[in-house]
Design a protein around this ligand. Structure first.
Ligand code: X8Z
Ligand code: ZN
Length: 603
């Protein structure tokens, strides 16, 4: 996640209490709107320092004390936020610059879980958020009476590498069962944050989240559904093919045709991306060696060197070197002496150059790609650091997620060969299909997952799904979108949504769905800027300064204008659209349709 755009920490940051407390109401009301916005920008930037420091400290050292300090800092932020929103009301209808008008609109969206304006409830919400974060980050699945315990990193690894049905099931269930402990916290959090959202004038928290896209919330709901409709047929083709191959491996009894796939067989704890089981699904085995994992190990890549490799890509498109403090203050490996939140994130600590990532880096291709992703956030921070604080954000949150992934799309086999991670290979139709499959398992498999997470939360926040039905609704939505099912019977004792970081972490998720569409639009636009001619899937902007210049110009805008304008400047269109991702995967699409002939597709 981006710690920033999550806005728990950030916009979330408001004036330091001391400053606000000393501003008498009379003086505040004598301010012009423009002065008010200027003051807010300063005050938010100030309290952000404290909220980010507390958040970072908890995330990199989970214990009772850091949890308390983080909750307290966040509580103060929430208070300042509520006060700023209340103060902003008096400027409605007054003359102000367009930038101030936009700032005041963005202000209300400045936190992902607004608290009710009641000190006790605010404290309770802040404590719940820090507590869920800590519980998730320190969860372990133990066997043998507590002697054999494994954390998320270790259990994820089993899901990626084991091909034993029962071993996979044990790790899947072991991790998912840990989330039971989050159920009551989550129920209470939903009540409180909903109450906070209603006080801000939104129908519920889901409606608030959907209001962050420079269009009415209901229009956004339709827009997201339209985008999903564009890609759904391709997902269904991939699903059908994957299920056929998994049935060959695990048996038709375990993976029956025409039925949802058991969720633990897809190489990922959440079945969100399937590239880890490429070995089972590879169209033409042995045609093109794409084993980057092995190369990373053989060449003794450590976390720092992997991060430098990602930085080198960005430098090749004329982005600046990372500041020295990035290297001194980031957490790049899982410490063995304490609990940390291992889910990767990027942090903008001070609104200036104190940028960091926190990632438990292992020497795998997936981790390498995640570093490129996280550095995308970091470079966004650096590009927009001179914007006023309220505009120090993505054009929308999907843009923030798409930056590093756009760069990921330039990690073509030719690029990997150039940096010595795969052998030089001549391309053939078989090699292209292999490569497309690998990418589809990462990018297409993700789409329904990216869509469904907030579908569930929207229903929870609107009250359509009641707490007594949380888990059943979760699986109903997963089945509908992803065509997967739980590998063992689940009940309302379970809280399987809580086994995915972003649920207890209170990070809206539609951003990733949008990013997975947008990044192909950005990739296409940058490849055009680079003068590339040829199939989109073979384009890499590595080393192209003109593409980098266009990209940087977009990032520097931050949230200062509606995203549609920013989008237009880079791509020449004002709409998110799946045509670029469909163009990218056109070769695979035809191939999948051939393969699926005669199969009983769907679920
Ligand atoms: O959470 C992340 C990033 C941090 S923003 C590692 N992602 C989503 C996830 O892991 O669920 C990237 C892809 C989707
Ligand atoms: Zn991210």
């Amino acid at each position: 996640m981006i710690r920033d755009a999550v806005r728990r920490a950030r916009l979330a940051a408001a004036a330091s209490i001391a400053i606000l407390a000393t501003v008498p109401a009379a003086i505040a009301s004598a301010e012009t709107a423009d002065e008010f916005v200027a003051r807010l920008n300063k005050q938010f930037a100030d309290i952000a320092l404290e909220v980010n420091a507390a958040g970072w400290t908890q995330a990199t050292y989970i214990n009772a004390d850091t949890q308390l300090l983080n909750a307290r800092a966040f509580e103060r932020y929430l208070e300042v936020f509520s006060r700023a929103v209340a103060e902003a009301k008096q400027f409605e209808g007054q003359p102000m610059s367009p930038a101030s008008k936009r700032s005041i609109e963005l202000l209300k969206l400045g936190v992902a879980a607004p608290a009710p304006d009641d000190p006790a409830k605010r404290a309770e919400l802040a404590t719940l958020l820090a507590g869920m974060e800590a519980k998730y980050g320190s969860a372990v699945y133990c066997k043998d009476g507590g002697k054999d315990c494994r954390d998320e990193v270790q259990l994820k690894k089993v899901l990626e590498s084991s091909r034993d049905y029962d071993e996979l099931l044990d790790a899947w269930k072991g991790w998912h069962d840990q989330a039971r402990a989050l159920r009551s916290d989550y129920t209470r959090y939903a009540t409180l944050a909903n109450e906070g959202a209603r006080e801000l004038g939104y129908r519920d928290l889901g409606a608030m989240w959907r209001s962050a896209y420079d269009m009415p919330a209901d229009e956004f709901t339709k827009e997201a559904a339209r985008l999903y409709g564009q890609v759904e047929p391709l997902y269904k083709d991939l699903h059908c093919y994957a299920r056929t191959r998994l049935a060959q491996k695990y048996g038709n009894d375990k993976v029956p045709a025409g039925k949802p796939i058991p969720a633990h067989l897809l190489g990922n704890m959440w079945a969100q991306q399937w590239d880890a089981v490429f070995d089972l699904l590879e169209p033409y085995p042995g045609v093109s060696p794409l084993d980057v994992d092995a190369a990373l190990v053989a060449q003794n890549y450590d976390p720092v060197r992997m991060t430098q490799s990602a930085e080198a890509f960005y430098k090749s498109i004329a982005f600046p070197a990372l500041p020295q403090t990035f290297w001194e203050r980031s957490l790049l490996a899982q410490p063995q002496d304490r609990k940390v939140q291992c889910h990767a994130s990027a942090w903008h600590m001070d609104g200036k150059e104190d940028v960091r990532i926190k990632q438990c880096i292992r020497p795998t291709y997936e981790e390498l790609r995640t570093i490129y992703h996280e550095l995308g956030h970091v470079y966004y921070y650096l590009w927009y650091k001179d914007q006023p604080f309220i505009f120090q954000n993505g054009a929308h949150d999907g843009f923030h997620e798409a930056v590093g992934d756009t760069v990921n799309l330039s990690m073509t086999p030719a690029y990997l060969a150039k940096i010595g991670l795969v052998p030089e290979a001549k391309t053939s139709r078989e090699a292209v299909i292999n490569q497309q499959m690998k990418m589809a398992l990462e990018k297409i498999a993700f789409l329904p997952f990216g869509k469904m997470i907030d579908e569930w939360r929207w229903q929870v926040f609107s009250g359509q799904v009641a707490p007594g039905n949380y888990n059943a609704a979760w699986w109903a939505i997963r089945e509908k979108y992803q065509g997967i099912r739980p590998p063992v019977a689940r009940s309302e004792t379970d809280f399987d949504p809580g086994a995915k970081y972003h649920i207890p972490g209170n990070t809206p998720y539609t951003r990733y769905f949008l990013s997975f569409i947008l990044q192909f639009q950005f990739h296409k636009a940058l490849c055009d800027a680079a003068g590339f001619k040829g199939p989109l899937s073979e384009c890499s902007i590595y080393g192209n300064e003109e593409a980098g210049r266009r990209f940087g110009a977009m990032l520097a805008k931050g949230a200062s204008q509606p995203w549609q304008d920013t989008m237009y400047e880079l791509t020449g269109t004002r709409q998110m659209d799946a045509s670029a991702i469909l163009e990218y995967f056109a070769p695979l699409r035809g191939w999948l349709e051939e393969q699926n002939k005669g199969q009983q597709c769907g679920w």
